[in-house]
Write a protein that binds this ligand. Structure first.
Ligand SMILES: Nc1ncnc2c1ncn2[C@@H]1O[C@H](COP(=O)(O)OP(=O)(O)OP(=O)(O)O)[C@@H](O)[C@H]1O
Length: 232
């Protein structure tokens, strides 16, 4: 696991942010719609080029590194599993792509499916599992890529409220010693998963601090609304 240093200026979107995440730390990125959270994930993952800035993972400068070679896994709202592959083959895909022999790749995939409590789904197709199960498999697939950094873009947003706590618990275990940035509008996610909360409004960081401090004593307009439960 590596530390992350991000500096991103995107003039057209009014974004100017510097963010550091320590190795093994999980940061919750929160803020109103249009604040710039997805744009920042885009810059980190290499899908969006800032006008000015730098992305550093450990001591590697990534600005000219294409997305697939960055060592970053992105977990989106939609699990985006390959429909023609079994759950096991979906999770084994990244190790296979980096040259791990099939048997070892399958063993690795089974280990990660077990880590997220989805080993019993290994033989099924993505069309034969629920949305919550699919998101669990997507977590296993992200872990199997052995990323140095995990990005999670509202991973619970497409799930029913009643299955969120179980996935949150799975993510809590998965993120414990991993470097991660999670975009969320949910104080429960921040409380369960993040060491630190960073609040973005209009493309700028307006508040940041240890999770407990931000949730107990919110300063920014958005954090006050987040804690009072009036966001959704
Ligand atoms: N493809 C695009 N081209 C130009 N501007 C964009 C594009 N996507 C987003 N923007 C603008 O950039 C700013 C930041 O948007 P962004 O999607 O990063 O915010 P966000 O915090 O992720 O919002 P949300 O919570 O709604 O997902 C907004 O002003 C938005 O209108």
């Amino acid at each position: 696991m590596s530390s992350l240093h991000l500096r991103a200026v995107i003039v057209q979107r009014g974004i100017d942010v510097t963010l550091d995440v320590a190795a093994g730390e999980t940061v919750a990125l929160t803020g109103p719609n249009g604040a710039g959270k997805s744009s920042l994930l885009g810059v980190i993952s290499g899908l969006l080029r800032p006008d000015e800035g730098e992305v550093r993972l450990g001591d590697r400068i990534l600005d000219r590194t294409p997305p697939h070679a960055r060592g970053i896994a992105l977990l989106a709202q939609d699990p985006l599993l390959f429909p023609h592959l079994s759950v096991l083959a979906n999770v084994a895909f990244a190790p296979r792509a980096r040259g791990v022999p099939r048997r070892q790749a399958n063993e690795l995939a089974t280990r990660h499916l077990t880590e997220v409590g989805a080993e019993m789904l290994a033989g099924r197709r993505p069309t034969e599992i629920s949305g919550g199960q699919a998101q669990r498999v997507a977590v296993a697939r992200a872990l199997a890529a052995e990323p140095e950094l995990l990005l999670l873009d509202e991973p619970m947003a497409s799930l029913d409220v009643d299955v969120r706590p179980a996935l949150r618990q799975t993510l809590r275990t998965a993120l414990a010693d991993r470097t991660a940035v999670i975009v969320t509008h949910d104080a429960a996610d921040a409380r369960a998963l993040a060491d630190r909360v960073v609040v973005i409004e209009h493309g700028h960081i307006v508040e940041e601090g240890p999770t407990e401090q931000v949730l107990e004593h919110p300063q920014s307009g958005f954090a006050v609304r987040l804690v009072s439960g009036s966001i959704k």
